[in-house]
Design a protein around this ligand. Structure first.
Ligand code: DQA
Length: 150
């Protein structure tokens, strides 16, 4: 079974109470439960991590080369600032999908640029919790269509 590393970036541990008008009422636990249910249907395995620290996210991506087939990531604020996370995604060269709860292109100018998206196969933004589920479905599809190494 294909194994996917799910990475939640900074402040996503505060979902549920954090800026509800922007991010909705779902907690991170609600999102993770939804992801686990979807993973069962898609027949993929998940390991889910959240970190508020850039270096820790870089470490988790770097280690994913061994044991994971793909990465689903919401880099949160680091989306807009972190060359290190972009470089880590490029370095491991695993299929990755970037997701955002909010439509970052409809918000402040500084959120319009994603440094990490160009290191990913695709990006989903603006669908709330559904962004994660759409991203997971897309990533699982990419992994299924990939031929096993000869
Ligand atoms: C976010 C969007 C980012 O701009 C912001 O810094 C976040 C959450 C989202 O999921 O909409 O923390 O990644």
């Amino acid at each position: 079974m294909k194994k996917i590393l799910v990475l939640h970036g900074p402040n996503l541990n505060l979902l549920g109470s954090r800026e509800q008008a922007v991010y909705g009422k779902a907690t991170l636990e609600d999102i993770n439960l939804g992801l686990k249910a979807a993973a069962k249907k898609l027949k993929v395995r998940l390991q889910i991590e959240q970190s508020n620290h850039e270096g820790e996210i870089v470490d988790l991506i770097g280690k994913a080369r061994k044991g994971f087939d793909g990465i689903l990531i919401n880099p949160a604020a680091y989306t807009h600032t972190s060359i290190a996370i972009r470089d880590a995604l490029l370095a491991v060269d695993l299929p990755a999908v970037e997701v955002h709860l909010s439509n970052i292109y409809k918000r402040e100018d500084f959120r319009h640029k994603s440094l990490s998206a160009a290191a990913c196969s695709g990006q989903v933004a603006g669908f709330g919790v559904e962004s994660y589920l759409l991203g997971l479905t897309g990533l699982a599809g990419i992994l299924k269509s990939k031929k096993p190494a000869a």
